[in-house]
Design a binder for this molecule. Structure first.
Ligand code: G6Q
Length: 550
């Protein structure tokens, strides 16, 4: 049974929570002019300000003790040394090897895996250069203009998010597309934008058995063959990224057009592997390597920085403080950058698939909350939608505000008007969430507007904000491949740290596998002309109703 909630630091945190739970951050700031200095971490151009959280020195000391009691440092060593910590699948979780830019050997079962990692990186470099230069052509000799990544989940969300985030670095000659949904609209609408003679399909699937990906891949192949009318054309227009060589060959893609990766790369941790091929083609291999460099920097920081000064660790512990002591079970990620608009949905998978679990490493049900419901949207769009609830809702939502100081785009007065307004909104939101607006302040504001006393009385409660709503601000210079690599790796290690505290395996995903399994049970029933009976009455009737009306 997981005993972290019985540990002395957990108990001490509970006692501390009782003392601090009503303390307002306004007072914490008023009483300590040094609060920002104490509660931020600067790592090169990254500034992580966690001073607008409901924490004191004691909170952080106790949280760090909790991490030590959970043996975080040991687990971190086990992760980096390639131990098979994903024990339910008997696998290591070695995404750190994919961006091990030091190239120091990493041993798995006694064998250095770096030569294979480097071999695939070299293959990606040569292929992406060829596609970008026009050396790798379509079957009819035309240059590739569209790259369609067909994959889902971990084989889609990472590359899709990165290509979108780094659009300003992308070649204007090639458009990347991402098809994931089994809903035929996804592939059909994408194909409408493509010319078979100039389209390259990347079939990205670790297992090469995923129903959605394979169905989309076969539809893409039929579409291509309908126009090019020759099986031979497949080798110019299809490549595969997979661990399953036999299935790739069965599909009709030759070994030469296959990019390998390994079972020790989890799907949601795979954008650093050949799964990132669409990124390399779009922004070039040099920039892809800068993305890896950024992640490698954070791997070193996570490994070496003392826990108090460690960005992923502090983010994780503050998250644990809210989830397990304040019992706040949702977390918002709010990037103030258009390029990062897919970042919340990317992180949703990274976090919720890793830590959305109630069974601990001993196979027992945990007696405390684990992964939060993570959601978000880019600012300022979210401000005109759900921020109302963050300011005045009955739920308190701890939030991460993320923002690059410089934009890639010079636009508006003085070339930076848009970005200045964006920054102002970012800062104003975190400030007002923390401070709130007292009843007295709201009343004074209304009075200044010259309103009569009755109206002031009616409006005051509605215009009052409790404040004390926590946020962490993450700032960095500019959204570059390197800073994006750092940002993603910060969250990966945050997730890992929380999984360690909760004693869960962050690297398996039986809920996803379950979805794959049950879909296969229903499909034959939908095809079978006889009335379905074997399920519960709702399911039977849904199947029969659909069959009747299809
Ligand atoms: C990620 C999950 C899951 C997976 C997809 C696609 O960690 O395992 O999202 O990536 O189900 O799987 P394939 O790459 O095997 O098609």
């Amino acid at each position: 049974m997981s005993t972290i909630n019985k540990s002395s630091s957990w108990k001490a945190l509970n006692n501390h929570f009782e003392k601090i739970k009503l303390t307002h951050m306004r007072d914490l700031f008023d009483n300590d002019g040094d609060r920002f200095n104490k509660y931020h971490i600067q790592y090169e151009d990254f500034l992580v300000d966690f001073s607008k959280n409901r924490i004191t020195d004691e909170t952080l000391d106790l949280l760090v003790s909790l991490a030590k009691e959970a043996k975080l440092e040991d687990w971190r060593d086990r992760l980096f040394s390639g131990e098979k910590i994903n024990f339910t699948e008997n696998r290591s979780a070695l995404h750190i090897a994919l961006r091990n830019r030091s190239n120091k050997p990493i041993l798995l079962d006694g064998k250095d895996i770096m030569p294979n990692v480097n071999k695939v990186l070299a293959q990606m470099k040569s292929f992406s250069n060829d596609v970008r230069s026009g050396k790798a052509q379509g079957y009819t000799g035309k240059k590739i203009k569209s790259v369609v990544n067909i994959g889902i989940g971990g084989s889609d969300l990472g590359p899709a998010m990165v290509c979108d985030a780094l659009k300003s670095y992308g070649t204007k000659d090639i458009i990347p597309h991402f098809v994931s949904n089994i809903d035929g609209a996804d592939i059909a609408q994408t194909l409408e934008l493509c010319d078979p003679e100039t389209t390259l399909f990347i079939i990205a699937s670790k297992t090469f058995t995923t129903q959605e990906t394979m169905t989309n891949a076969y539809s893409a192949r039929s579409w291509l063959l309908k126009y090019l009318k020759n099986q031979e054309s497949i080798k110019n227009h299809f490549v595969a990224i997979s661990t399953n060589e036999a299935a790739v060959e069965k599909f009709g893609i030759s070994k030469d057009n296959m990019f390998e990766f390994w079972d020790w790369v989890g799907g949601r941790y795979s954008l650093w592997s050949a799964i990132g091929l669409s990124i390399a083609i779009f922004i070039g291999m040099e920039k892809f390597e800068q993305l890896l460099d950024g992640a490698h920097d954070i791997d070193n920081h996570f490994k070496d920085a003392p826990l108090h000064e460690n960005i992923p660790v502090m983010l994780a512990l503050i998250g644990v403080w809210y989830i397990n002591f304040f019992k706040l079970n949702t977390h918002a990620v709010l990037p103030y950058d258009q390029g990062l608009s897919l970042f919340p949905s990317y992180l949703q998978q990274a976090d919720m698939e890793s830590n959305g679990k109630f069974i601990d490493r001993n196979g027992e049900k945990i007696q405390y909350h684990s992964g939060p419901i993570l959601w978000g949207e880019s600012g300022t769009n979210g401000q005109h939608a759900f921020y109302q609830l963050i300011h005045q809702g009955t739920e308190v939502i701890p939030s991460d505000f993320i923002m690059p100081i410089h934009s890639h785009y010079s636009i508006g007065n003085n070339g930076n008007e848009h970005h200045k307004i964006l920054i102002a909104n970012f800062i104003a939101q975190t400030q007002s969430l923390m401070m709130g607006k007292t009843d007295k302040e709201a009343r004074a504001e209304l009075k200044n507007q010259g309103l009569d006393e009755n109206i002031i009385k009616t409006l005051t409660p509605h215009k009052t904000f409790e404040g004390n709503r926590p946020s962490t601000s993450i700032l960095f210079d500019k959204l570059t491949p390197k800073s994006l690599g750092r940002l993603i790796a910060i969250y990966e290690h945050k997730i890992f740290t929380q999984g360690v505290i909760w004693n869960i395996n962050s690297f398996d995903q039986w809920g996803v596998e379950y979805g794959k399994q049950i879909a296969k049970l229903v499909l034959p029933k939908l095809i079978d002309p006889n009335e379905t009976s074997g399920f519960d009455s709702s399911t039977n009737n849904l199947i029969n109703y659909t069959k009747k009306n299809i």
